[in-house]
Structure formats: structure tokens, C-alpha cells
Write a protein that binds this ligand. Sequence first.
Ligand code: CP
Ligand code: NVA
Length: 309
Amino acid sequence: MPAKHFLQLKDFTRGEFEYLFRRTRYIKEKFKRYQPHQTLTDRTLAMIFEKQSTRTRLSFEAGMHQLGGAAIYLNTRDTQLGRGEPVEDMAQVVSRMVDLVMIRTFEQATVERFAAHSRVPVINGLTNQYHPCQIMADIYTFIEHRGPIEGRTVAWIGDANNVCYTWLQAAAIFDFKLQVSSPPGYGVEPERAGIDELSHYEHFPDPMDAARGADLVTTDVWTSMGFEAEDEARRRAFERWRVDAQMMRLAKPDALFMHCLPAHRGEEVTAEVIDGPQSVVWDEAENRLHTQKALMEYLLLGEIKDESK
Ligand code: CP
Ligand code: NVA
């Protein structure tokens, strides 16, 4: 049977996410009580990084250790990938030695080519197009704080980047509305969303209008990894796309603020908002650990029916 992969959020159904979130809650509660949860003993995860990371590396590596397995960190500089070994050959070799692979790279096509030649499940740890592990953790965090996200309104302020396109997929899967505001030239291109219908999406030229009535306001850096050459032009274009207290006042009074991190205070968000009472950014970061433990377990063991395991 071909391995199951997690390359885009839409690779999983809503039912699968509901299972993963139930499992995450269980795994997180055990973690908080210092109870071991070692369902992946003797399993090995290879993590391939072609871009930098703090949270993704830490959460996958710590997560795999906590599940009883081992994690190996690989990067372009120290592997033959950096000297041009084809990704297909790398996939053949890596997937004969480990049980699971996580990749952070530039092009989505790279993770797809890797997965097509891998014997074991492959997880997208961020590409230029998508960041599914992040949004899985973000949706879980929203539900923890506010209950179901179905029927709610999420405001995305800023660049239509990998995180934004993953929120677009999430809106279709979980049935909520995504109000997006991006500067001209940096907006959503519907064909890049990877979904057939965009009925959950609405664009607002003015960022203040996108935030109006939202249950959650979220943003990300103006310049993502790989786009550093555009930094100066982006700083000028994004000047009005900053989440500040005035914008948060237009959202619902109990609206949450999220940011996948790392953040630039004073650019895409003010310190007052990210360090303020509506911000749940630290829960968001922590939940990367718990949701990805559930994900790794699911990819290797499938759905666990016995609630005591
Ligand atoms: N949010 C996120 O993926 O962070 P890192 O780049 O630190 O992994
Ligand atoms: N959009 C950002 C997210 C970093 C976690 C980037 O791709 O750099």
C-alpha cells in the first residue's frame, strides 16, 4: 500500500482532523501530567531542512523523542542534496532507513517529488506554497480557546504567502470565512490555493475592513524565507498592513490574535498586540508539538481506537 503523506492541509479530511484533535488533547494532557506516551518506540524520523527553523525543528525533534523514537536532522549544507543529488534518489535512500520524513524546502514540487519516491510517509514542514503543520496547530489552538471554528470569521492581514494559502484550504475544510487584505501585487491568486471553490474567501482592499467582525486576526512577516531580495520593496508596500490596537478594536471584542512566528514587532504587528491579552502566540507555538505528535502517530499507526493507549 502506498504511504500516506501530509503535503498540503487538504490531504486530510475534516474527519481525520477531528480524530487528530481528539488525539492531540489526550497526548497534551498526558504531557502536562508528565506521563510517558511512547507509541513510536524504535521509529526514526528524518528531518530535512533547506531553510532555517526554530519551532518546526524543535517540535518535531522533541516530539519524536517523547514518542519513544529518534529524530535525525539533515540540511542542505551537510548532505549531498547541496551538491545536486536528485531529490528522487535521496527519497529512495532515506526512506529505506527511516520510518518517517519531514521536509522544509522551497518548492512544493520538491516535497511532492520526494513523496512520490518515498516508501514512508512524508510531512511538509513548510514550502513556499504551504505550511500545513502550522495551520493544523493554529486551528487546534483556536478550538482550545473558543470552541469550533466552523461558521467563524478569520482575518488574514498581509502577504498572501504559504501560511495564507494554507488558511484558505483550512477555510474550505472547516467551513469558516477568511477575510484577506493584502497590498496590491501581494494578494491571493486563486489558482494557487489548490482548491476548487473559493466561496469561503473574500478580499478587502482596506485591512481595517478585513478585520471588522473577525473572531481571529492573524498575520505573518512581510518577507518570507526565500524572498529576502524583495525586502525593501515589501517594506514600502506593506506599511499600512500592520495589526495594531485600532485594528483589533474593529474585530469582535473577544477576538484572538495569532502569528506563526518569528515576528517582527513594529512591522506586521505592534508589540502592544502581540504581547497583549488577545494574543495566543505562545499557545500556538506549543501546540505545534502536541498536534505533530498526533500527526506522526497517525501516519505510522493509523487511528488508535483503544483510548487507553
Ligand atoms: N512557525 C514556524 O514554522 O517557525 P520556524 O520557522 O521557527 O520553524
Ligand atoms: N511565511 C513565513 C513563515 C515562517 C514560519 C516564511 O515562509 O518565512
